[in-house]
Design a protein around this ligand. Sequence first.
Ligand code: FES
Length: 324
Amino acid sequence: MKDSASNELSFRTVVVTKKDQVAEGVFRFELRDEAARALPAFTAGAHLTVRVPSGANRNYSLCNDPAETDRYVIAVKRDAAGRGGSVSMADEVAEGDRIDVSEPHNEFGLSERARSFVFVAGGIGITPILSMMRHLKATSGPRFKLYYVSRSPQTTAFLDELSSAEWKPHVVIHHDHGELANAFDFWPVFEKPGSGAHIYCCGPRALMDSVRDMTGHWPTGTVHFESFGVDQSRAAENTPFNIRLERTGRSFQIPKDRSILEILRDNGIRAPSSCESGTCGSCRTTLCAGEADHRDMVLGDDEKRDHIMICVSRAKSQELVLDL
Ligand code: FES
């Protein structure tokens, strides 16, 4: 999950009307308006920014049917190795508490042109996809199939529901038990792009990378990703570097634990952004000089030399010069 630009969001207070555990370390929260009024509508794949008790803002996908206007449902995986937001949610939020949430926002919406959908979910990445599946089922939308990979049955959120007769024809569940040798073989799924088919993938970076690698031959715009987690797996490689803004000549140092986008924002420089996890494309910036360390899911190989996604990517050279 990411820090959000809270100054650009408006928050409302909601009540936690239900909290339960849906898998090992995964907690579901039902949120309703304090006065039982209808909540702002959302579309399948949308997320909320939640101000967690520790004070941080984190994004969580809605997993209920978008037709429900009386509640939001999110699920949070308690990640003890994360930056503390999910632990704060899991440990400090109880039924009856009030928390602040943003209006729903969607960077991962279902394409209206799709004739069918292939969903790929890894772990807690199931949440936006569950909302999509509920929507498609309720509206008799295009056909879909979910491939849901996780470590074990105990860690698989919504396993009972997704194993039920209602979902069975649409769902393949695979547990890899943490072994590469047991990884699900997606190639037969992606080898032949279906006419009008769109892929939606949400999960850990390694899963998204492998889906991207296997779908390079799919038509442009048919493969969609959502991560909601700045990939922390490469954080240990981070080193500080400098940026220089070509248009103003201003320079900044980017410490190893901050992004370019965050440092620009700290210094009052506005740059477009949304997901802040390298998947939506909003923060694409022209790179005038220097060599980037690309960590996004957006740029194609032919764009990497002169573009950078400043929410996640870093530098291989000592300095990057940006067209800002
Ligand atoms: S803000 Fe979405 S890719 Fe950077």
